[in-house]
Design a protein around this ligand. Structure first.
Ligand SMILES: Cc1cc2nc3c(=O)[nH]c(=O)nc-3n(C[C@H](O)[C@H](O)[C@H](O)COP(=O)(O)OP(=O)(O)OC[C@H]3O[C@@H](n4cnc5c(N)ncnc54)[C@H](O)[C@@H]3O)c2cc1C
Length: 437
């Protein structure tokens, strides 16, 4: 199947609309609230009063919740077009909320859309897709993140209820959430891949304790909406709060995290491009030692290296988006590609944003430019949804599966070993040609 990233004129018009709308209407929110108010805080009347009319305009354009299929009120444009949209939304921290595709709500909505019963969709998905509530996804535990085999937070069936006990760590946005999707051990006697299940847990469930709220960086701020350390003390949820079948928690997590990882990559293309835009503008605007900073060769190499990296990364993200569409969202078939995007994302941000930051000198490191905040995204992208090393393991395992060991003393491509056969082949052909003269 031919790979085609051509953009139809009608969709280009949508992209142009998004670009000017984000610049004119959404970026002022980034500047005005400056991390003091979270887009996830639906109880903030001033912020939500400003956001709701913008969301309405997005809906009118048919661009609301585009990660979700049209049957549930999403755009249904597919992942390639979503990638192009997300590049533009990645330039602003409020834009994903204005367009109804902010993580972790987007991934939770996808899980509910895929695995939810009609009642679950009605009660939990509908208000989420109307943009009325925020949600949390709780999988990581304090003693284990990258190794789900060490998870212990469990749910035990008691009549028509599940009883949950244990702890979860780094449950983002919990303070603003109405409900959580939680990964729980439901059968400790089999490997976690078969013994875990996903459950819906309302935030006000009795016995759910917020141990503390953890923030990124060195200060305590609302900037990142917070990541909760949670304890479940005999928390009871009705039996029908199980998502999908018992024992399918791991499979559901793969669906959820697969899409989320690529969506982070899409937005990171936009963030890296914005950093390069800032760098180019600055080095063309400032002189040192008699010439523009842009005239220094080291800076020119940085501009070139950044452009090449963004170009490669953008094509990788678009190709993976194209594969998701082609495989109809079957992430198991394209695990290697999703992991590739996950590995590339922090590296591109680390390199490109660092160069932009450095090229701005002292100003780059201050809170008067967005660069230091963007730079923080690099280590976060290397850890959230699984650390880089784990994804490299996935890629290596998949790549190595395509090869077999070679039995000979020397490898199959050893030149002296291949020579006799090649010589015999060529000599036979020469003899043949001469005989035919
Ligand atoms: C901003 C942010 C938001 C998050 N939001 C959520 C959320 O909403 N819900 C949620 O459940 N979790 C969330 N997380 C948690 C995230 O999923 C975990 O931090 C991640 O899976 C890593 O787990 P850990 O922190 O326990 O690190 P560990 O598992 O302790 O790993 C630490 C380090 O060990 C090394 N390492 C680990 N495994 C391997 C390996 N196989 N090979 C080589 N080296 C390895 C790596 O260098 C790794 O960085 C969030 C994290 C961040 C930073």
């Amino acid at each position: 199947m031919a790979i085609d990233f051509a953009i139809e004129p009608e969709f280009q018009e949508k992209l142009d609309w998004i670009e000017s709308f984000v610049k004119a209407e959404v970026e002022p929110l980034d500047l005005f609230f400056r991390g003091e108010v979270s887009p996830f805080d639906k109880s903030h009347e001033v912020a939500q009063g400003l956001v709701r009319p913008l969301q309405e305009k997005v809906r009118e354009q048919g661009l609301w919740a585009c990660h979700i299929g049209p049957e549930l009120g999403g755009g249904g444009y597919g992942q390639v077009r979503l990638a192009l949209m997300n590049e533009l939304l990645g330039r602003s921290s409020w834009a994903p909320s204005v367009f109804g595709c902010q993580a972790p709500d987007s991934g939770n909505a996808e899980v509910l859309a895929h695995y939810g019963t009609e009642e679950q969709k009605e009660r939990y998905l509908a208000p989420l897709l109307r943009g009325e509530i925020s949600t949390t996804y709780a999988m990581t535990e304090p003693q284990a993140g990258s190794d789900p085999g060490q998870f212990t937070c469990s749910a035990v069936r008691d009549g028509d209820e599940w009883v949950i006990n244990g702890e979860k760590w780094f449950a983002s946005n919990f303070v603003y959430a109405e409900f959580m999707i939680v990964m729980l051990v439901t059968n400790p006697d089999v490997p976690i891949y078969k013994g875990s299940s996903m459950m819906l847990v309302p935030k006000d469930a009795p016995g759910l304790e917020l141990v503390r709220n953890v923030h990124l960086g060195s200060g305590s701020s609302g900037d990142d909406a917070g990541h909760a350390y949670l304890r479940f003390n005999d928390v009871r949820v009705p039996a029908d709060h199980l998502l999908g079948d018992e024992g399918t928690g791991f499979k559901i997590a793969q669906t959820r995290l697969g899409g989320g990882r690529v969506h982070h990559g899409m937005r990171s293309v936009g963030m890296a491009q914005r950093a390069l835009d800032m760098m180019c503008e600055r080095v063309l605007s400032r002189e040192t030692k008699g010439s523009l900073i842009a005239d220094k060769q080291s800076i020119q190499h940085w501009v070139a290296d950044s452009w090449v990296q963004i170009q490669q990364f953008r094509l990788q993200v678009l190709h993976t988006a194209w594969l998701i569409d082609k495989e109809a969202g079957d992430y198991a078939k394209i695990r290697q590609h999703v992991a590739g995007v996950k590995v590339a994302t922090p590296k591109v941000l680390l390199d490109v944003v660092y160069r932009a930051l450095h090229a701005h000198g002292s100003l780059g490191m201050t809170n008067e430019m967005p660069l230091i905040g963007m730079w923080m995204a690099a280590p976060v992208m290397g850890i959230a949804d699984g650390p880089t090393e784990v994804h490299k393991d996935t890629i290596a395992k998949t790549v190595l599966k395509q090869y077999r060991p070679y039995e000979g003393l020397f490898p199959s491509q050893h030149i002296p070993s291949r020579m006799p056969a090649a010589r015999a082949h060529v000599e036979a052909r020469i003899e043949n040609e001469i005989a035919n003269l």
